[in-house]
Design a protein around this ligand. Sequence first.
Ligand SMILES: Nc1nc2c(c(=O)[nH]1)N[C@H]1C(S)=C(S)[C@@H](COP(=O)(O)O)O[C@H]1N2
Ligand SMILES: [Mo]
Length: 439
Amino acid sequence: MEPKDRAKEELERLEAVAGNGLLGRRAFLRGGAAFTAAVTGYTLARSAGAAPLTDDPWSLVPGAISPPYEQRSRFEGKVVRTLSNPKGETRTSHARTPHQLINGTFTPNGLHFTIVHSGTPDIDPDKHRLVIHGLVKRPLAFTLDALARYPMVSRMTFVECGGNSAPMFSKEPIQASVQALHGLASCAEWTGVPLSTLLEETGIDPKAKWLVAEGADSLALSRSVPLTKALDDAMIALYQNGERLMPGNGYPMRLLLPGWEGNMNVKFLRRLKLVEAPAMSYYETRTYSQLLPGGKAYRFYFLQEVKSFITHPSPGLALKGPGYYEISGIAYSGNGRISKVMVSADGGQSWAQAALQAPVLSKAFTRFRMPWRWDGGPAVLQSRAWDEAGNVQPTRAQFVAQRGETHKVPNVLAFPNQHYNSLTSWAIDGKGEVKHVYA
Ligand SMILES: Nc1nc2c(c(=O)[nH]1)N[C@H]1C(S)=C(S)[C@@H](COP(=O)(O)O)O[C@H]1N2
Ligand SMILES: [Mo]
């Protein structure tokens, strides 16, 4: 038998664990060599005889010198963020992460999403100060140099805008890429000084229950944060994936509140005022207060709840013929670690458990993977995540019943479409094209 046919046979022998050809994470382990042979022999590699190595021009001359700051290959120019306000008009600007074009668990700095409501200020780090005042024993102003003398910590954590996935509230599924639907979430390793350390320096008046964080941008974005969170895992972040924060992500320092609504992670941070009660600022009472069906609203909605979506395949990434594919995506929860991700290839009729890429970190992106044998017929791919606190992503029916679909409330300026964390469904047709559907 030809190796190709043998591989095909091996692949067909791997037992499906759920409908429409899901092989289950155990295929990675149990299949071993047979699995690898099946995958590579059947669908991917060409035999060496068919494609001998040749010396292309770049193999015949010395290569380029290393620049002081490395840029990615010129062939990767299409891997970019999409911009909602490319001309910089005086309104909010969004830059969305291309989840379908990257892989792994953290977001490169140039592709981290950004939302700036009044542009990115050009801050001179030597002149910037962080002031902590209000209900403290000793108000203090910190320079960047002063902050650098405190013990620092690093942690991987995601930031997600409360308005991420807002298109998912629409009554009909919007045909768009995963970048357009879910691109307002990214994950990075942040390094900085725990806020609790600085509050120990200033001392806390027992009357203080909240703090108001304010940015140095022209609209001086401000949000109220419960002191309990400030003393738990809040950080004054100075570095992002090892280098100083990107300008759009808050240079030279930002408040980082792992797992909490993006808007509260105040960038260009210049002031923390300890107070008795929340300030009821613009962004906590208008834009980011979730409206419910019937016109009631959540007063505060801090947590980014458990969520997942498939990035590969996804709209724009068509399948090239039947055979083996890896379904993969990201899962995360503001409550802690992801405990389980289930994947379906038949629109939720049957499910199999995905493999989670280690390490699985609290409040960080977790990559999940699921081997899949596509038979060339129609399929609907979905993922559903659980977190260690026992929360599960609601089904779409559950979510819509509780939170509604796009609804405008007369004479109310609030933005209703916040905190979507239900499922995302990708339909594959017989040609391998991927479409967004509700299932
Ligand atoms: N000072 C300031 N902080 C800000 C913003 C802003 O416009 N100004 N945008 C907020 C919003 S709406 C979100 S979702 C997050 C986004 O963080 P990122 O741009 O680093 O991804 O920053 C928040 N912090
Ligand atoms: Mo946001």
